[in-house]
Design a protein around this ligand. Structure first.
Ligand code: FAD
Length: 546
C-alpha cells in the first residue's frame, strides 16, 4: 500500500504508476519503441491522436504522397521475417502502400493492444516524488508512468498560412497533412494549391493530371530534382531481398543514412566536362543522388553551390516552355540543396499544360481567402477546391503543442525559448526520465535508420536501469551544454544555415518562429552513433542515474 503523499518513498510511489512507460505517437518511432520495451517486459501504453498507426503515413494522404527514400532503404531492418515477407511494388512507394506496410507491422507484432487511439496528449508533468510522469489526455484522463517517450514526429504539426478569411471559403479546402480518408476528385474542378515545398510539388504534379484548372500560388520556388520512380517486379524484389544486408550496411556508412552519400571530390577538382557529365548522371539517376550524392563541397563552398545551381537552372529552362514561367520557378534567394530538395516526376512539365497557371505571390501577395477563392493584390481567383500545402511547424512544433513540465515545474517551451538544448538529442536536463525520439539535435536523414538506432539506444538505457533497480535518469548540465555547442558548431559554414527554412527553425506562419535556431544535427550519422555508442560503452557515466 502506498502511504500518504507526504510519507511516500519512491518505491511506494512506483506502485501507483499505471505503466512503466508511456510513448506518445504511433508512427515508425512509437511502434518500434513499443516493441523493444515490451521485449524488456515493461508495461507500456502508447497514446496516439489519430485513429490508426503510421504517423506521417497515416496523416499525409494527399494525392501524390510518396517516399523520396528508396522504399527498401526506408522499411524497418530489425526483423528478418518482415524483410522476407514484405514486397515493395515501387522503388519509391506511394503513401497507401507505406500505410499498409505499417499496419502489417502493427498486426505482425501484435502492437495494437497497447496503443490507445483518438488520444491526444495535452500535458505531461514530471512528478519528483513519484519519479515518474503524469500525462493528461485531451479527454481529461490522466495516466502515470516511470518513463515518458516522445515519438511525436519531426514533421507532424501542420501549419496553415497566416492569411485572413480561411474560414469564409465556401468551396472545399484541405491541408495536405489532414487529408480526408475518402477519395477527393478534381475532374472539372477549379483547384488552387498554396505552397510549393516537397509536399506541394508532389500534390501539384498529381492534381494537374485531372483538375479542370490548377492555379499554383508560389512564394518560394524550391530546387527540385527528378525522382525517376519505377515498378519493382518479382525478380527485382528477389534481388533487393538478397541485397538487404548490403543496403542496410550502406545506410550505416553513409553521411545521412541514405543509399547516396557525398562524392569525396570537390566540385572544381575535376574538369568542366567531367563535372557536367557527373551532374548529368546524377540528374538521370533515381532518388536523392543529386542532393545527397553530389560533390562534397556543394553545401559549403559558394562557388560550387553556384555552379550546381546553374546546372539545375539550365534543366528547368529546358523543361519549361515559357521562359518567364521558368524564371519564376528558379529559386533566386537560395542555392541548390540549401533547403530540402523536393523530388519530382514531370513537375516542371506541368507548367506547360494549358490548364495550369503559376501565381508568384512575392509579386502579387495573397491578401485574403474569400468566400469564392483567393484574392491577391491584383486579382480575385475563383475556386472549387483550395489545397493548403503549407507544411509543418517542424521539429519543435509537436513539443510546443504539449504542456511539458520538468523538475520544479519548468516548462520545456521556456527552457527552449532560445532554441532547443539537449543531450544527444535524446535527453533534456531537468526533464528526468523523458526520452525523445527524432526530436531536435538528432541525426535525421533517411529517418527510419536513425529511428532504429535511437530506439535501440533508449532501450539500452532503460535495460541498464532496470537491471540495477534504478528509477531516475537525467542529463548533466555540462553534457547538454557540450552537445548543444557541438550541434551549433557543426552548423557553422553550412550554406543551409544562412537560409530561412524549416531546417533553420523559420516558419512565417507560426508566431514566434521568425528567428533562426539550430534545431537539426548536421554532422554525419556515423559520428552521431559513435558518440552515443561511447556513452553506452562507458556505462552511461555521463548521465545522472539514481
Ligand atoms: C509527406 C512526407 C514525406 C516524407 N518522406 C520521407 C522520406 O521519403 N524519407 C524519410 O526519411 N523521411 C520522410 N519523411 C519524414 C517522416 O516524418 C519520417 O520518415 C517518419 O515517418 C517519422 O516517424 P515518427 O514516428 O518519428 O513520426 P511521425 O510519423 O510524424 O509520427 C508521430 C505521431 O505522433 C502523433 N502525435 C504527435 N503529437 C501527439 C500528441 N500530443 N498526442 C498524441 N499523439 C501525438 C502523431 O499523430 C503521429 O501519428 C516524410 C514526411 C512527410 C510529411
Amino acid at each position: 500500500m502506498a502511504g500518504s503523499p507526504e510519507t511516500q518513498t519512491p518505491a511506494d510511489a512506483m506502485s501507483v504508476l499505471d505503466y512503466d512507460a508511456i510513448i506518445i505517437g504511433a508512427g515508425i518511432s512509437g511502434l518500434y519503441q513499443l516493441l523493444r520495451l515490451r521485449e524488456l517486459g515493461l508495461r507500456v501504453r502508447v497514446f496516439e491522436t489519430g485513429t490508426g498507426v503510421g504517423g506521417t503515413w497515416y496523416w499525409n494522404r494527399y494525392p501524390g504522397a510518396r517516399f523520396d527514400s528508396e522504399s527498401y532503404s526506408y522499411g524497418y531492418s530489425f526483423s528478418q521475417a518482415l524483410l522476407e515477407e514484405w514486397d515493395w511494388s515501387e522503388h519509391f512507394a506511394a503513401q497507401p502502400e507505406t500505410l499498409r506496410y505499417l499496419n502489417h507491422v502493427a498486426d505482425k507484432f501484435d502492437l495494437r493492444r497497447d496503443i490507445q487511439f483518438r488520444s491526444r496528449v495535452v500535458a505531461a508533468h514530471y512528478q519528483a516524488e513519484a519519479r515518474g510522469w503524469d500525462v493528461a489526455l485531451e479527454d481529461g484522463s490522466r495516466h502515470r508512468a516511470r518513463f515518458l517517450i516522445t515519438a511525436i514526429g519531426p514533421l507532424s504539426a501542420p501549419t496553415m498560412p497566416r492569411i485572413g478569411g480561411v474560414d469564409t471559403f465556401e468551396g472545399e479546402s484541405f491541408h495536405t497533412a489532414r487529408w480526408p480518408h475518402e477519395t477527393v476528385r478534381f475532374e472539372g474542378k477549379r483547384v488552387a494549391v498554396i505552397g510549393t515545398g516537397a509536399t506541394g510539388v508532389q500534390t501539384i504534379q498529381e492534381v494537374a493530371k485531372t483538375a479542370g484548372s490548377l492555379t499554383v500560388f508560389q512564394r518560394t520556388p524550391n530546387w527540385c530534382a527528378p525522382l525517376h520512380n519505377g515498378k519493382i517486379d518479382a525478380a527485382a524484389m528477389a534481388r533487393i531481398r538478397a541485397g538487404y544486408p548490403d543496403i542496410f550496411r550502406r545506410c550505416q556508412e553513409t553521411f545521412a543514412c541514405f543509399m547516396h552519400t557525398p562524392d569525396p571530390r570537390g566540385t572544381f577538382e575535376v574538369t568542366a566536362e567531367e563535372r557536367e557529365a557527373f551532374w548529368e548522371r546524377l540528374y538521370a539517376e533515381p532518388g536523392f543522388g543529386m542532393w545527397q550524392g553530389n560533390f562534397r563541397d556543394i553545401l559549403t563552398d559558394r562557388a560550387a553551390n553556384a555552379a550546381v545551381s546553374d546546372f539545375v537552372a539550365r534543366k528547368i529552362r529546358q523543361r519549361v516552355r515559357d521562359p518567364a514561367v521558368a524564371e519564376k520557378l528558379i529559386p533566386k534567394n537560395h542555392g541548390f540543396g540549401t533547403r530540402r530538395v523536393p523530388l519530382e516526376t514531370k513537375y516542371y512539365e506541368v507548367y506547360n499544360q494549358p490548364n495550369v497557371r503559376l501565381v508568384d505571390i512575392r509579386e502579387t501577395p495573397i491578401e485574403r481567402i474569400t468566400p469564392r477563392g483567393v484574392r491577391t493584390s491584383d486579382a480575385e481567383y475563383a475556386f472549387d477546391t483550395i489545397i493548403y500545402a503549407t507544411g509543418f511547424d517542424a521539429i519543435t512544433g509537436s513539443f510546443d503543442r504539449i504542456d511539458i513540465t520538468g523538475l520544479g515545474g519548468q516548462r520545456l517551451r521556456e527552457t527552449w525559448a532560445e532554441g532547443p538544448r539537449t543531450y544527444l538529442g535524446v535527453l533534456v536536463e531537468g526533464f528526468p526520465n523523458m526520452f525523445m525520439l527524432m526530436g531536435p539535435h538528432t541525426a535525421l536523414g533517411n529517418i527510419p535508420r536513425s529511428i532504429e538506432y535511437n530506439v535501440d539506444w533508449v532501450t539500452g538505457v532503460v535495460r541498464f536501469m532496470r537491471e540495477r533497480g534504478l528509477a531516475y535518469v537525467d542529463a548533466r548540465p555540462e553534457g547538454v551544454a557540450a552537445w548543444t555547442e557541438h550541434v551549433k558548431s557543426l552548423g557553422e559554414g553550412l550554406l543551409s544555415n544562412e537560409i530561412d527554412s524549416w531546417m533553420t527553425g523559420i516558419n512565417s506562419n507560426v508566431e514566434g518562429k521568425q528567428t533562426r535556431i539550430i534545431a537539426r544535427y548536421s554532422g554525419s550519422a556515423p559520428a552521431y552513433r559513435a558518440r552515443c555508442d561511447e556513452v553506452a560503452a562507458n556505462g552511461y557515466r555521463e548521465l545522472v542515474l539514481g
